[in-house]
Write a protein that binds this ligand. Structure first.
Ligand code: ZN
Length: 290
């Protein structure tokens, strides 16, 4: 019938149209995807290692010197905090001081983070989220899951650092205290509440051995000091805090900053009394330099 013939022609034409539309849609989708990839590639980079280092050192500085190598990355983080109305524009200056740390803490709390997760140090998840559409994050630091070393809990980054120090020393180290231990030892005033922190048992070590252990710990990226009973209400031990561990408690962050500034990591902020290791390196810097 003529009618059905027309209908058949119409249907065929319709099919062609749909096929044409479908081809266009796939092509457009590919264009969009290519555009998104290109946009991602075009985003500036935030070096997470540099930002965390600045966030440890800058709040402890008496002056307003910038942490070398951190300015461009810190500025991108500060601009993002400013645009979230968490940081006044006059503090967008590349200096990750106490005001920027407080702003970052507010940002972490706005994400629902509490306690250690709102410690003011940019962690991987919060930093990547802050950079959405603005910057990409390079040199990502990961403390890793919590594991046991003897009776004590540390994260896997700290565990690897301890293993490397033992390899350098040809000596097994025993812990007196681990990390993530809030209120576990009142003499540590909160330094062991977070990650990256251990006390090394020094029983039976000569004073020269204690110093060589502290030196090895420093070489692999700890701020480490031999502590005597004269310094505080504690037995002889070596206190070590892993530089750039993003789980550090605020008190331990301060010790890292003080270490970079040549101090002893105690409340009196006296000059560093430990074996000098220069340059000071984080674990990641140590691995790259090895
Ligand atoms: Zn300690």
């Amino acid at each position: 019938m003529k009618l059905s013939g027309y209908a058949a022609v119409g249907a065929a034409a319709l099919t062609v149209t749909i096929a044409g539309a479908a081809v266009t849609t796939v092509a457009q989708a590919q264009d969009h995807k290519a555009g998104a990839v290109a946009a991602q590639r075009a985003l500036p980079s935030v070096d997470m290692e540099a930002v965390v280092k600045a966030a440890s050192i800058d709040p402890r500085r008496a002056d307003n010197k910038l942490t070398p190598g951190a300015k461009a990355s810190v500025l991108l983080v500060e601009q993002a905090l400013r645009d979230r109305h968490l940081l006044d524009k006059k503090y967008v200056d590349g200096y990750f001081g106490t005001t920027t740390t407080a702003a970052y803490t507010k940002y972490q709390k706005s994400l629902g983070y509490k306690g250690l997760s709102a410690n003011g140090l940019p962690g991987k998840t919060s930093l990547i989220k802050l950079g959405t559409g603005r910057f990409k994050v390079t040199h990502v630091i990961e403390p890793g899951p919590r594991v046991k070393v003897g009776k004590y809990v540390v994260n896997t980054r700290t565990q690897k650092m301890l293993n490397e120090a033992q390899r350098l020393l040809h000596r097994k180290l025993t812990l007196d205290q681990g990390s993530y231990n809030p209120g576990g030892d009142p003499t540590s005033v909160g330094t062991h509440d977070g990650g990256g922190v251990v006390d090394i048992n020094v029983k039976g070590m000569s004073s020269a051995t204690r110093v060589s252990v502290a030196r090895a710990l420093r070489r692999v990226g700890f701020a480490a000091w031999v502590r005597s009973p004269q310094m505080g209400n504690w037995p002889w031990h070596i206190h070590a805090a892993a530089i750039n561990d993003t789980d550090l408690s605020v008190q331990a962050q301060h010790q890292i900053g003080d270490y970079y500034l040549g101090q002893n990591g105690l409340a009196n902020r006296h000059p560093d009394d430990g074996p000098k290791v220069t340059p000071i390196r984080t674990w990641e810097e140590y691995l790259r330099a090895r």
